[in-house]
Write a protein that binds this ligand. Structure first.
Ligand code: NAD
Length: 260
């Protein structure tokens, strides 16, 4: 096939695992140079190695997306290495503490909002100076939990962060159109990744669980969760010229889960 993102410079957060990892590998396979941002060194270094083995180019920068200085430096190092930034995938995120609201600590709330929402803001903010001249594409990973489906009991902080990302993406799309920077937000349903590792349920959660009609994460199209590679295909499309007239849009990728 055609190499739709050949020689483009991409920055991906949460690139060490799951959706970010699958996207990093797919963009690299299609000829992009990829800056991998994550906290998890082992996993990220293995993604870096895999890309290099397939003859691609990548750069891992150990970075917490909630740290303004580190995010700025990471994106700066990609721009210095390759000259500019064309594609940004603001994808790092955690489920955080899953708890009834009355038992959710302010610290737990802040941690989820800071990682998911402020992290997205910082990634976009510090990429803009490197994208303004040539334009580009920004893709943000929200969730069906931020928009259409709220079946994850105890996920108030998560859902709020995910809803915030959608509003932010739309404002950014409007504001950055003048620079030919497109901004879209994707809303996956359950995808088989390592996100369970970032999930901590409180015992009090049992108080608010109510029976659901369908098992959580069940998707009519797949009868189970989707795969990160399926999400990567969507991100590749949104990153490429083939989607040049699409901006400010929220796209569901959930095998109809959110309509159950
Ligand atoms: P994952 O846990 O497999 O990967 C997330 C990556 O983000 C990890 O490598 C982790 O180390 C990294 N990360 C976490 N906090 C970070 C921080 N502060 N700074 C830098 N990196 C950090 O999970 P995933 O499912 O691939 O998650 C990617 C995105 O997809 C998240 O935003 C998540 O909310 C969203 N999402 C996932 C699902 C799902 O069911 N898996 C559904 C909807 C949305």
């Amino acid at each position: 096939g055609t190499l739709r993102v050949k020689d483009k410079i991409a920055v991906i957060t949460g690139a060490g695992s799951g959706i970010g990892r699958a996207t990093a590998l797919l963009l690299a396979k299609n000829g992009a140079k990829v800056c991998l941002i994550d906290l998890n060194n082992n996993r990220s270094e293995s993604v870096e190695k895999q890309i290099n083995q397939m003859g691609g180019e990548s750069l891992f920068v150990d970075t917490d997306v909630s740290d303004p200085q580190r995010v700025n430096q990471a994106i700066q190092s990609a721009a210095e290495k390759w000259g500019r930034v064309d594609i940004v995938f603001a994808n790092a995120g955690i489920n955080g503490i899953v708890s009834p609201i009355e038992d959710l600590t302010p610290e737990a709330w802040d941690h989820t909002l800071t990682t998911n929402l402020k992290g997205t803001f910082l990634t976009v903010k510090y990429a803009i100076p490197h994208m303004k001249k040539n334009g580009g594409s920004i893709i943000i990973t929200s969730s069906i939990n931020g928009s259409r489906s709220f079946s994850g009991f105890g996920m108030s902080a998560y859902s709020t962060s995910k809803a915030g990302q959608i509003a932010f993406a739309k404002m950014a799309a409007l504001e950055l159109a003048r620079y030919k920077i497109r901004v879209n937000v994707i809303c996956p349903g359950a995808i088989q990744t390592n996100i369970g590792e970032s999930t901590k349920a409180t015992p009090q959660l049992d108080k608010i669980k109510i029976p659901v009609k369908y098992p959580e994460g069940s998707q009519p199209l797949e009868h189970g969760p989707g795969q990160p590679e399926q999400v990567a295909d969507l991100v590749l499309f949104l990153a490429s010229q083939e989607s040049s007239h699409i901006s400010g849009t929220e796209i569901f990728i959930d095998g109809v889960e959110s309509l159950l």
